[in-house]
Design a protein around this ligand. Structure first.
Ligand code: NDP
Length: 433
């Protein structure tokens, strides 16, 4: 049997995540609906628990087709994504090898997300310096938020269909273990091909870090600008949200090589799940807190700012400490700085840490990320629960993600994974879960 055939056979025996085709079908309807509901349910006309009457809804909220979709804005959105793709291919890069694939091959990745992001932010800072927060660019984003959201939906859907169809090409690309079930809907959602590429452009890595993550920061700044245009100043809560989330993006892009060992890159195919997640969900729903504050300003004061900073500091130390430790260990387990860490050897030849951050729980990095999520919601105050949507949704995502990763690792490591989980017993929250 050829390597490709063996990988294919293993892929087909992988089993379903998300309760199979029915589950992914439901997510394909519910998740996009939620992204719109957050806009229609929380806007200048009200945000729960403030209720709008049906008459107010139809008068103020429910859009006409022209308010909902604009071909011109779709064109700008496509130009934005293509422009970033062009920069990905042209800005001098830090070439890095990805992890070893099942075929024994290692892909070369162009890592220049950070080098793209900083000049982009520099250009926006310059534009704002010259034109002030009233700059027409920021106003345009606010005015076309719904058009941009719909454009991102259209693009993500089309991209998922494109890569799915391309995965059937005759050159037989490497398929993702979980996205090759034979069920069209399921495989389209999970991602059939592991690493779809156009020339040197790795579509998955590009979508993970470029248009969506950068778009999230741009939206947040547009919301700060709107607040300034409305009340003549930017509140401490808006400053905090912008700094925290900018830092999250900056950190992910600066530490770009770390993404090469994450589940999205090593195990998941690229399908609707990631194209929607990267291009729609991250920028548009993660910026909800800043959008809320643009309409409903909150002043935290010194104590409030201090409390929020404390929560952020705790979350970030866990998150960055754990992710960097694993990345350092995976890159060079013999590095002198890692000498104190204990690990177990596995039959696959790879080692699993059983001390340090990864000895506390199997996904302590998720806990850190979730705690940071609280520091993004708390600055919005307590007048609405909508802005806390993020921590609720994120808890569900992380619990599901841990189960999926556990499934992948059980297949990857067999009995060694059982041995590992008997040593490190907690999944995410030490001693509790
Ligand atoms: P992880 O970075 O946690 O990677 C999981 C992989 O790490 C496993 O598949 C395994 O792969 C390896 N691993 C597991 N245990 C050990 C161990 N003890 N020692 C060494 N290696 C081990 O997964 P994610 O990609 O899910 O998360 C990365 C970060 O991204 C997290 O901080 C997460 O919170 C964040 N994230 C944020 C999201 C958001 O929307 N904000 C969404 C998803 C993730 P192998 O053995 O093959 O190396």
């Amino acid at each position: 049997m050829t390597v490709a055939a063996a990988v294919d056979k293993q892929a087909r025996s992988h089993g379903y995540d998300f309760a199979g085709p029915l589950g992914v079908g439901a997510i394909t309807i519910v998740a996009p609906s939620v992204s719109y509901l957050l806009y229609f349910g929380c806007n200048e006309h009200g945000c729960p628990p403030t209720r709008m009457s049906w008459a107010q809804y139809t008068e103020n909220v429910l859009p006409t087709w022209d308010q909902f979709f604009s071909l011109e804005v779709l064109g700008y959105f496509v130009a934005y994504v293509f422009g970033l793709a062009f920069l990905n291919l042209t800005i001098p890069v830090r070439d890095r090898l990805g992890v070893t694939l099942k075929t024994g091959e290692r892909l070369v990745y162009n890592l220049n997300a950070f080098e793209t992001f900083m000049p982009l932010m520099g250009a926006l800072a310059f534009g704002t310096y010259i034109n002030g927060w009233e700059w027409a660019f920021w106003t345009w984003i606010w005015d076309h938020y719904l058009h941009l959201l719909t454009s991102a939906h259209v693009f993500a859907f089309a991209l998922a269909c494109g890569v799915y169809l391309a995965s059937f090409r005759s050159s037989k690309p490497l398929l993702a273990a979980g996205g090759n079930s034979g069920n069209h809907l399921y495989d389209w959602f999970i991602g059939r091909e592991l690493n779809p590429r156009i020339g040197r452009l790795d579509i998955k890595l590009f979508c993970e870090l470029h248009p969506g993550m950068m778009g999230w920061s741009i939206l947040n700044l547009a919301f700060a600008a709107h607040q300034y245009q409305t009340i003549g100043r930017i509140t401490d809560s808006m400053v905090l949200i912008n700094i925290f989330q900018f830092w999250y993006v900056f950190d992910a892009l600066y530490n770009e090589p770390a993404i090469l060992t994450t589940m999205d890159i090593t195990s998941d195919g690229f399908g609707y799940m990631l194209s929607f997640g990267d291009l729609v969900w991250v920028p548009f729903t993660y910026s909800l807190q800043a959008r809320y504050l643009a309409m409903y300003p909150v002043d935290l004061g010194i104590l409030g700012v201090g409390g929020v900073l404390l929560v952020k500091g705790i979350g970030y130390s866990i998150f960055r400490g754990a992710n960097s430790q694993k990345n350092a260990f995976r890159t060079n387990p013999d590095h002198p700085d890692l000498k104190h860490l204990k690990y177990i050897e596995t039959k696959s030849g790879r080692k699993l840490l059983v001390s340090g951050w990864w000895g506390i729980s199997r996904h302590i990095n998720y806990l850190g990320d979730w705690i940071m999520g609280w520091s993004w919601c708390l600055p919005t105050g307590f007048d609405t629960w909508v802005t806390y949507f993020y921590v609720g949704y994120f808890a569900v995502l992380l619990v599901n993600r841990e189960r999926r990763d556990d499934g992948h690792c059980r297949i990857k490591y067999g009995d060694d994974w059982k041995r590992y989980t008997s040593i490190v017993r907690s999944r995410i929250v030490p001693g509790i879960y």
